[in-house]
Write a protein that binds this ligand. Structure first.
Ligand SMILES: [Cu+2]
Length: 429
């Protein structure tokens, strides 16, 4: 146990997620429009396996999760969200990570950057995203006359239409048309970084740096800080497409001997998928073994449902990762593979959102978190000599193992010492 845990720690140190290597600023694809005016595009997708929630990618930025992007002032940028993976991930823009999720200022007509002397907040002309569907602007506010006439005193920038539509079922949402956001930055006396984020899931923010017209960044430092680390994916999770199940691979003292029986060696793909399923099942079983310190049916429901949902999300990601689903058109409801891809993608996005909502309820009602309500009783160890141990975590299991092996080593050393003394006495006699 100790050895494998150390091996994992060692291997994970070399598995730096490419999120961390995203120091290069991606500038999107820019070209001049018919009037000779420069416009730039970022085409968004989501990589669902990049972390627990998935992270944004942009076609123009390569295979980098949550890339740092750069935007010039007074230039129109389009963020295109047509790809099916954008479902449940409407982009937002904020002066700090995660916007309203974290109770911080977003880019809105009546909100100026904190350190700016601009009076744009008084006229409702501060930079804000302009949300569009099928080429039609969904709001009234405008700071971009290229799209619609400039406005003053208008607060509606289309988000109140755009965001709720992302909660529609995947195929309904996908069939509504082209999802696009225009954003033009105009404030030049506060060049702090900004952030793009998901309006539905917290912790998916990426950095935006303001650029000079020569493409260099106006501010070198990465400020404001992101405030959290991006998930790093272990080798095992990377193979499975899952999040944080590495420590639960079978055999495992916390879990039954197997969850999938009689897997044939003749099908290595199925065998690998089965081992992924077993690890995530073991994690769920462990997570669904709760105390009731919160003294509430509601809290117990949530403490049970979060690991249950996490398992559903991991199962769905693992199925997508196997690449057994052959679906060219997700809207093809006659194709069993497309039906299953739609179900898998919906499970990932809807249940991850529900997990965050349930955590919000626990927090708001003053209940303990799911990790604080884990039983210290280990069902798999109840009949053996581990009864008196706290096996609440892998760490405690590791220390338990090392204590026992240490005791065993001491016993052996003692036996050898006694044996040597007895032998010496016999020789002397
Ligand atoms: Cu999201």
């Amino acid at each position: 146990m100790k050895f494998s845990a150390n091996l994992f720690a060692l291997s994970s140190a070399f598995l730096i997620n490419n999120v961390k290597a995203a120091d290069d600023v991606c500038k999107g694809e820019c070209k001049s429009n018919a009037d000779g005016v420069k416009e730039c595009t970022f085409t968004a997708t989501i990589n669902p396996m990049a972390g627990e929630l998935g992270y944004f990618r942009f076609d123009e930025c390569g295979e980098v999760d949550n890339p740092t992007i750069g935007m010039e002032l007074d230039t129109t940028y389009y963020f295109v969200q047509n790809d099916k993976t954008n479902h449940y991930h409407p982009l937002g823009f904020a002066y700090y990570p995660d916007g309203a999720h974290a109770d911080v200022n977003e880019l809105e007509p009546g909100i100026k950057p904190m350190n700016s002397a601009s009076t744009c907040d008084e006229t409702m002309s501060c930079p804000a995203p302009m949300y569009m569907l099928e080429g039609k602007y969904l709001g009234v506010y405008s700071n971009n006359e290229m799209l619609v006439p400039l406005s003053t005193g208008e607060d509606d920038f289309g988000l109140d239409v755009y965001e709720p539509l992302f909660f529609n079922p995947l195929l309904d949402w996908h069939g509504m048309g082209e999802w696009k956001i225009a954003l033009k930055l105009t404030i030049d006396d506060d060049i702090s970084d900004m952030f793009y984020f998901c309006h539905i899931h917290q912790y998916m923010s990426g950095r935006i740096k303001v650029l000079n017209s020569d493409g260099t960044v106006k501010q070198e430092e990465h400020l404001p800080e992101l405030g959290y680390d991006y998930d790093e994916i272990s080798a095992f999770d990377g193979e499975c497409g899952t999040h944080a199940v590495t420590d639960y691979q079978l055999p495992n003292d916390m879990c039954p001997e197997k969850f999938v029986c009689d897997v044939p060696d003749s099908n290595p793909g199925l065998k690998a998928f089965s081992s992924c399923i077993e690890a995530m099942d073991c994690k769920m079983i462990r997570g669904m073994t709760n105390t009731v310190k919160s003294d509430s049916e509601l809290a117990l429901f949530i403490h049970q449902m979060i690991p249950h949902h996490q398992n559903a999300v991991n199962m769905a990601k693992a199925l997508l990762k196997t690449e057994t689903l052959m679906c060219d058109d997700i809207t093809d409801d006659e194709n069993a593979h497309c039906v299953m891809e739609g179900i898998a993608r919906s499970i990932i996005n809807v249940q991850n959102h529900q997990i965050q909502s349930m955590r919000g309820v626990l927090d708001g009602e003053g209940y303990l978190s799911e990790s604080e309500e884990l039983c210290t009783w280990d069902p798999m160890d109840s009949n053996d000599s581990h009864d008196s141990h706290d096996s609440n975590s892998m760490e405690s299991m590791d220390s338990m193992d090392s204590e026992e092996s240490s005791a065993s080593w001491k016993n052996t050393a003692f036996a050898y010492t006694v044996g040597a003394i007895v032998s010496l006495c016999v020789l002397l006699l």
